[in-house]
Write a protein that binds this ligand. Sequence first.
Ligand SMILES: [Zn+2]
Length: 230
Amino acid sequence: MGINQIKAFLLDIFFPKICLNCQREGDYLCPDCLSTLEILNFHQKHSTRNLTDLYFALPYQNINTKRLIQKFKYQPFIRELAKTLASLIIAHFQLSDNGENFSDFTLIPVPLGKKRLRWRGFNQAEEIGKKLSLYFKMPLLRGALIKIKETQPQVELAAEARKENLNGVFSVKNKEAIANKKIILVDDVYTTGSTMEECARILKKARAKEIIGIVVARAKPEEDYFQNAN
Ligand SMILES: [Zn+2]
């Protein structure tokens, strides 16, 4: 057993599945709380300079969504939660059913820096990506896009400082794996949009053909720096 498997095993013992919203035992989201989340049943097209489109299951304005996201951003970090989060995304696709075909896309998780990865034990975006990869039968490409510089959490920074904060943070390690590919960037939350935008910009520079984003939840547009910048 690897260290991460042991960690997961211990977490399962000490943190039995409890609803993140109401603390009821059984699952990370009990049916009652799930029903209050308002999973979007339509696709809201959203494109930026480097993203063709963005798919998200939950609008962040919903108070229960906000609470859920705050919980999974902080400790304890539960790897298995990715299954619940991915199922929200899948439910969104099923409810909106636009017949999206992602069969020629490759999934890439928004990477974490080494330090943060060690601290958290896993990359939640990557865990969600694994589940989506199985569902959509798309390959998941790990280690091609990497984070080479630690950053301050974006939320603690003003809009101007955010872009600065991301300068030289991401890098493409394997350019051949990216060139001419249609890519889906996966993350848990699209808050300011600046992290995903910077990842997409770096992938474009490595000659990616097209990039779309998939996240569990999206913040209000007026909180989005790139929207304001346009
Ligand atoms: Zn609940």
